[in-house]
Design a protein around this ligand. Sequence first.
Ligand code: HEC
Ligand code: HEC
Ligand code: HEC
Ligand code: HEC
Ligand code: HEC
Ligand code: HEC
Ligand code: HEC
Ligand code: HEC
Ligand code: HEC
Ligand code: HEC
Length: 299
Amino acid sequence: MRNPASRIFLLAAIGLLSAASFSRDAETAAEVGAATCAGCHEKQAASLKSTAHGARLEKVKGVPFEKSCETCHGAGGAHAAGGDAAAIFNPGKAAGEKASETCLTCHSSDRNRMFWEGSAHAGKGNSCVSCHKVHGGNDLLLKKAAEKDVCFSCHPDVKADIAKRSKHPLRDFASKTGAGKMTCSSCHNAHGSRGEKLIAAKSINDKCYECHAEKQAPLLWEHAPVKEDCMTCHSAHGSSNNKLLTMKVPRLCQSCHIQGRHQSGTLAANSAYAVGRSCLNCHMMIHGSNHPSGTVLQR
Ligand code: HEC
Ligand code: HEC
Ligand code: HEC
Ligand code: HEC
Ligand code: HEC
Ligand code: HEC
Ligand code: HEC
Ligand code: HEC
Ligand code: HEC
Ligand code: HEC
């Protein structure tokens, strides 16, 4: 279809079909149906059939398979007449927002996508098809077999984090449906959230409490920064220090406690306050204490 003559023929064909535009919204373009598309695109028709879109479109949205191709690709009469790639809408090549629009005609009311608009992934040219592949995708139509590998293609720094000494057990689990079930979406909703950093909860602390409930339990003696933000002392993904700590103890503690008695100053290497677990030798209830005399978090 690269030579001028066939282009003229194609333009005539488009004219006959009075398809002024090939966009999916064009009301004037003629639809030809999946059977016609499948005549030239057997592979895509077969791959669609084998997924939720092939199996559930009619039941959930009342769109029979025969009409399915053109709900996403727009009326294909002009394209089917000659096979000109430029005469059909391909969400895989469209700019971010335009591609997502296609999907959101059906998916905007899904609970998980409630906060998509304005989310970090809705901007910068990204769209649903940055992570999903409609034809021949993996589990949940993801582009890669393991969810985290989808994320790592754009977030390599997080990949480095989960290889560190202390980390959440993310490395060993293959997918959302795999054993263990600890994946990126255990904490994030890639489709947007009301919390910051795409955290799938009201706040970061609320997310942590879902699995570390004992840190939220009502306490007699609280340690102020714990209630405020777990991230003050911990990294979420990985750390070279123990227990996902952002800094080593005692430096971590000394970043706030500058009272200047045993708490701060340069501690001699063999000082009782610096050896072993350092501050934690005595202040072991670092997240708070329920002991009547646990005022200084020592029991
Ligand atoms: C007469 C054969 C024929 C029919 C019928 C046909 N196509 Fe195509 N289609 C082609 C050819 C040829 C290409 C270009 C392939 C290439 O460039 O590699 C193509 C490309 C496409 C592309 C990719 C466009 C791009 O920009 O990458 C899409 C999407 C597509 N077709 C969808 C459809 C749909 C939907 C139907 C039914 C409405 C359909 N086709 C019917 C021959 C056909
Ligand atoms: C739910 C939306 C949707 C439906 C329904 C759909 N497609 Fe697609 N199609 C896409 C997207 C998105 C792409 C971009 C690549 C991808 O995600 O797999 C695409 C790409 C294509 C391509 C380009 C080649 C390729 O594989 O990238 C062809 C050809 C195609 N579709 C044909 C069809 C045919 C034929 C049907 C009907 C049997 C159909 N599509 C139904 C969304 C859809
Ligand atoms: C015509 C309506 C419609 C359009 C347009 C549409 N979808 Fe869907 N999609 C559905 C339905 C229906 C289901 C199945 C839902 C169910 O099982 O309840 C589904 C399921 C999915 C799933 C889950 C797959 C699984 O295995 O459970 C993903 C991911 C998805 N769609 C992505 C997309 C993307 C990306 C686009 C745009 C390229 C898109 N959809 C366009 C109707 C649509
Ligand atoms: C940054 C990557 C990414 C983007 C962008 C993305 N998704 Fe997803 N999607 C995922 C991941 C990961 C899952 C599986 C985990 C989950 O369910 O949240 C998923 C699951 C889904 C599911 C099935 C489970 C569910 O939540 O109902 C649907 C449907 C879906 N996505 C549709 C969409 C649509 C529509 C868009 C565009 C508005 C989109 N996705 C954009 C990564 C993404
Ligand atoms: C196609 C590239 C791409 C993919 C794939 C991708 N992201 Fe992103 N992500 C981005 C971009 C771009 C931003 C915005 C960065 C910025 O604003 O600096 C972002 C931001 C984020 C943020 C920070 C949000 C904020 O509010 O600051 C989180 C969390 C995130 N992504 C998680 C994920 C997860 C989890 C996955 C896999 C399911 C994923 N991303 C897959 C491109 C991607
Ligand atoms: C245990 C919960 C949890 C898991 C699991 C998790 N994250 Fe995060 N992620 C967070 C929190 C909390 C933040 C915010 C960190 C902060 O503000 O200091 C975050 C921030 C991010 C950011 C933004 C980085 C930045 O510096 O702003 C990206 C990107 C991201 N996560 C990607 C991922 C990817 C990819 C995975 C899977 C490999 C993943 N996350 C798994 C909790 C998690
Ligand atoms: C989906 C469940 C889940 C969520 C949400 C979660 N964690 Fe975890 N966390 C775990 C699991 C599982 C382990 C590993 C426990 C083990 O190895 O015994 C762990 C371990 C830890 C560890 C110890 C790491 C080590 O090296 O021993 C810290 C610290 C931690 N989590 C902090 C957090 C913080 C902070 C948040 C909120 C950003 C959070 N977790 C959210 C499940 C979760
Ligand atoms: C003031 C700093 C600080 C804050 C804030 C903090 N932690 Fe910790 N956390 C620590 C220290 C120090 C350790 C190591 C304790 C040890 O080795 O005995 C630790 C260890 C942990 C562990 C692993 C050992 C255990 O006790 O189960 C988890 C899980 C954990 N924290 C979760 C959280 C959660 C969830 C939050 C927010 C609600 C939080 N932390 C806030 C300092 C903090
Ligand atoms: C982000 C700052 C911050 C960090 C980091 C921090 N603390 Fe605290 N800590 C506080 C604040 C604020 C209080 C409450 C002080 C008050 O009520 O006067 C507190 C209270 C305490 C108390 C109880 C004192 C009292 O009078 O109630 C002890 C003990 C303590 N911290 C030990 C530690 C240790 C040990 C570490 C390191 C593992 C640490 N803190 C890390 C901010 C921090
Ligand atoms: C050998 C046990 C021990 C070690 C190690 C220790 N503390 Fe203490 N700490 C105590 C005792 C006992 C108290 C209460 C009596 C007092 O105030 O001296 C206390 C009190 C505190 C207080 C509250 C008192 C005040 O000044 O308001 C803070 C804060 C504190 N320690 C921080 C630290 C930090 C930071 C480290 C590590 C550099 C540390 N502690 C190491 C035993 C210890």
